[in-house]
Design a protein around this ligand. Structure first.
Ligand SMILES: Nc1ncnc2c1ncn2[C@@H]1O[C@H](COP(=O)(O)OP(=O)(O)O)[C@@H](O)[C@H]1O
Ligand SMILES: [Mg+2]
Length: 304
């Protein structure tokens, strides 16, 4: 039996679940078709037995369901398509998910990955195409397009983006859009706002139950750290935690995206303070290409 595709190998006895009269149906089929199916079986194995011919009869009968496909919900084979495989001089039917089942599975996986990625609800449908060209954001838009294409081609860039700039210029929009591309490409992707991460870390420290939220971010193939600098640095451990996440991601060469309202290295450094501040800036420089976005706050369009 070849390895790989075999799922649910079936016995090759001809099915008798044809209701009343199953036996007579079996006999008439045998008369009509057996010779033809024996000939077909002989194309696959040297010395076919009736059992091999029955496998091919079953294959044709079940493939009819597929030819007249009424959708997955109504599928008698539950989305599994038969394939005839010759091995050790015998013909077996093996089953594998059909095209529709595969695409439904992919959709289900995508939904689960999307949920795990925790994209912010209000931005979760944002795309790069949906980002309008504006003065002050074009470099960022082009960089996002280029990185998005590389992610889709499986040619991950060495650096992510750190989008800097005032509120409402579209920093998170572009990075959520990139998170969606990464999810589509099958990358384990996590989006987290820094204030939320620090809050979750504080709670985790208190109980140490469940997953350490910082470790979840460290482990992701692609991480988006939104609003760096918006977290309170009242406690010393905050800067250490941010450093740890960035440092681990840098060491493991993991693609990292950042957004921040902070405008330059000095501001970032002094937000975290002292040596730790400078070490954070240095990690950000290795992890990301820095791009400043400018322009009016899009959120104000709705109220003005
Ligand atoms: N160039 C743009 N094209 C389309 N929508 C935009 C653009 N810039 C911002 N927006 C929209 O404005 C809102 C705020 O953008 P967001 O990315 O959250 O801003 P930031 O993260 O820079 O504060 C979002 O709904 C976003 O989709
Ligand atoms: Mg934002």
């Amino acid at each position: 039996m070849p390895e790989g595709i075999a799922i649910n190998e079936t016995k090759n006895d001809f099915p008798t679940n044809t209701g009343n009269g199953g036996n007579s149906r079996r006999e008439s089929l045998l008369k009509q078709d057996l010779a033809a199916y024996m000939a077909k079986a002989a194309e696959m194995v040297k010395a076919p037995s009736e059992s091999d011919a029955f496998a091919l009869i079953r294959l044709d009968r079940e493939m009819k369901y597929c030819q007249e496909c009424k959708g997955l919900a109504a599928c008698q084979l539950k989305g599994m398509q038969p394939v005839a495989t010759a091995s050790g001089g015998r013909i077996y039917l093996t089953y594998r998910p059909c095209k529709r089942a595969r695409s439904a599975n992919a959709e289900r996986r995508m939904k689960a990955a999307l949920k795990a990625a925790r994209l912010p609800e209000n931005l979760s449908d944002k795309t790069i195409n949906g980002f309008e060209k504006t003065e002050g954001t074009e470099v960022a838009r082009q960089a996002a397009i280029e990185i998005g294409q590389r992610i889709l081609n499986g040619n991950l860039p060495l650096k992510g983006l750190m989008l800097m700039g005032p509120p409402g210029v579209g920093k998170s929009h572009l990075e959520v859009a990139l998170a969606r591309v990464a999810l589509e490409a099958g990358c384990y992707t996590v989006f987290v706002s820094l204030p939320d991460l620090i809050d979750a870390s504080r709670k985790w420290f208190a109980t140490k139950t469940g997953l350490d939220p910082a470790e979840v971010v460290i482990a992701a193939d692609v991480a988006i750290l939104d609003d760096l600098g918006a977290e309170s640095t009242k406690y010393e451990w905050v800067a250490e935690r941010v450093f740890q996440v960035l440092d681990q991601r840098m060491r493991n060469r993991k693609l990292t995206f950042v957004t921040t309202n902070l405008t330059d290295p000095d501001e970032i450094s002094s937000h975290y303070g002292g040596l730790m501040g400078r070490r954070i800036v240095s990690r950000l420089a290795e992890l990301c290409r820095w791009i400043t976005m400018t322009g009016p706050d899009w959120r104000l369009r709705q109220v003005m």
